[in-house]
Design a binder for this molecule. Structure first.
Ligand code: TMP
Length: 214
């Protein structure tokens, strides 16, 4: 609708939770209802942010000091927000984003031990008060998720190689976020078949944002 800001929906979760499939299906659904929809991702989502992504998702697991890594994610995020997300929302487009700031809290905070106070300070500088309208956390046991990722492009597997304990900590991190912010977050059991997960995704969009009923 002209003059109406779009909605910002983020998808979060560990490796192999099926976010990209679910995003694609929700985008098709919302477009079918006549909405303008953009699909994007983090790290990345704008030309500069995609360059930063390459520094983050390839190479040795210990390639960056944890705080450096958080700074790179926030550099990518700032660029992506300014160049891609905010202009699209202002134009009335709904933006579906594969990962956002909750991933930094879970991966760099719970996973790598960067203090949450440091992440909060970076967030305030790079993002400010902007928040997703809705966050869908696709939850899956890390071992089951990682076993689904073996058919991915090999070069982008830096985080997948970080070890079982790391992946367990970040799952706890996402569930903590959902407990602390129930008005923004919905946890969805992603171990089920694609259609069942998509039904819950659409249901959450309908109940939280009032559109897109199946
Ligand atoms: P993807 O595999 O979902 O495209 O995401 C790329 C990787 O980046 C994924 O393993 C999670 C990681 N990541 C972080 O560690 N911190 C972040 O803030 C984001 C957005 C992603």
């Amino acid at each position: 609708m002209a003059g109406t800001r779009g909605r910002f929906i983020t998808f979060e979760g560990g490796e192999g939770a099926g976010k990209s499939t679910q995003i694609r299906l929700l985008a098709e659904h919302l477009r079918g209802l006549g909405r303008s929809v953009a699909v994007t991702r983090e790290p990345g989502g704008s030309p500069g942010a995609e360059e930063i992504r390459n520094l983050l998702v390839t190479g040795g697991t210990g390639r960056w000091r944890p705080v450096t890594e958080a700074l790179l994610h926030y550099a990518s995020r700032h660029e992506h927000l300014q160049v891609t997300v905010l202009p699209a929302l202002a134009a009335g487009t709904w933006v579906l984003c594969d990962r956002f700031a909750d991933s930094t809290r879970a991966y760099q905070g719970n996973g790598l031990g960067v203090p949450f106070a440091v992440l909060d300070a970076l967030h305030a500088q790079a993002v400010g008060d902007f928040r997703p309208d809705l966050t869908l956390i696709l939850d899956i046991d890390p071992e089951a998720g990682l076993s689904r990722t073996s058919d991915r492009p090999g070069a982008e597997d830096r985080y997948e190689r970080m070890g079982a304990d790391f992946h367990r900590r970040l799952r706890d991190g996402f569930l903590d976020i959902a407990r602390r912010e129930p008005e923004r977050c919905v946890v969805i059991d992603a171990a089920r078949p694609i259609d069942a997960v998509q039904a819950d995704v659409r249901g959450a969009v309908m109940s939280r944002l009032g559109v897109g009923a199946a």
